[in-house]
Design a binder for this molecule. Structure first.
Ligand SMILES: [Zn+2]
Length: 315
């Protein structure tokens, strides 16, 4: 199967083992016009072993062909559609997940929408819609349970380091500032750019705090962290990957909105995974050695974590 998506001139192709190289070349030649001769190909690892370059259209720059193992996100349907909005409720969005086995409903607090997994192929969309209809009452209750949105607008409220700040947007130039006494977050910006500037400022502030705490905890353990990513993750506050090539920790930028002891705890938790890649007793003992706020921080995240997803939400 060749499965294309086309966004910004980049083509992602999911190739499964049954396709022959000439067939792939036909599909490429017929359907896609790669920009700058760059094609991103995504294919399963099994297939990579048998990959034969002959038959590939010569106008493609093979040297620039970026071949990666298939992942869930890159795959697309034959028709090109990977995302559908529900006709009756625009807050419900269906996403095609070729490798998923089951229909899943997930509340997306940051976007205040409902993400529904369409497993396998687009032909399962009908089943997913029926499933949503069955659960619609439950979905409505969940949507109403979202904490009030905190859009980035002048005069709006924003959680920052566990406290409520008011967003001010003077018509001046200059860098964003935090007035910790008045609890003002001052972001000079035009009305149209306020949202983006505020978010970028919070991400930058989060990156500084997360980087600092990570290095403190990692060095206490005699470890180094080679890469720190700050993302907008919906389900996890942090994650840690330890490989021979280096240690990589990712965080949600929204941790900057939580009280500092919570942010500090999450960095200690992820650093402790550099030693214990599990949630064993030894792991928790190590966390308790790094910080003395494991329990209160865990319970804060459990009870208030969803508020962090309301920050910047448009409502
Ligand atoms: Zn963990």
């Amino acid at each position: 199967m060749v499965a294309p998506t086309n966004s910004n001139g980049v083509i992602a192709i999911l190739v499964k083992s049954t396709i022959s190289a000439p067939l792939l070349s036909l599909a490429l030649a017929a359907k896609f016009k790669p920009r700058n001769n760059v094609v991103t190909a995504t294919y399963t690892i099994e297939w990579k072993k048998n990959f034969i370059m002959s038959g590939f259209p010569s106008h493609l720059n093979l040297a620039k062909l970026n071949l990666r193992a298939a992942n869930r996100k890159a795959a697309a349907s034959v028709s090109g559609n990977t995302k559908w909005i529900d006709e009756n409720d625009a807050r419900i969005i269906y996403y095609l997940r070729p490798r998923a086995r089951r229909i899943r409903i997930k509340m997306d607090a940051a976007n205040r929408t409902v993400a529904v997994t369409v497993p396998g192929s687009a032909s399962k969309l009908k089943d997913a819609k029926r499933f949503v209809l069955d659960k619609y009452d439950w979905i409505l209750v969940q949507l109403e349970a979202f904490p009030p949105a905190q859009p980035f607008i002048a005069g709006g409220n924003v959680w920052l380091r566990g406290e409520i700040y008011t967003l001010h947007s003077p018509e001046t130039r200059g860098r964003p500032k935090v007035d910790t006494e008045l609890k003002h977050l001052i972001v000079p910006a035009h009305k149209d750019t306020l949202e983006g500037r505020t978010k970028r400022f919070l991400i930058r502030t989060a990156r500084e705090a997360l980087t600092h705490c990570t290095h403190v905890h990692a060095s206490a353990l005699g470890k180094t962290v080679d890469k720190i990513s700050v993302r907008d993750t919906s389900s996890r506050w942090g994650s840690c990957v330890s490989r021979r090539t280096g240690n990589h920790i990712s965080y949600s930028w929204r941790l900057i909105c939580a009280p500092p002891f919570v942010l500090d705890y999450v960095t200690a938790h992820e650093c402790a995974h550099l030693i214990h890649p599990d949630h064993s007793k030894n792991f928790w003992n190590l966390c308790n050695e790094l910080v003395d706020t494991v329990k209160p921080a865990e319970s804060w995240l459990k009870n208030h974590g969803n508020k962090l997803h309301a920050v910047g939400a448009r409502g």
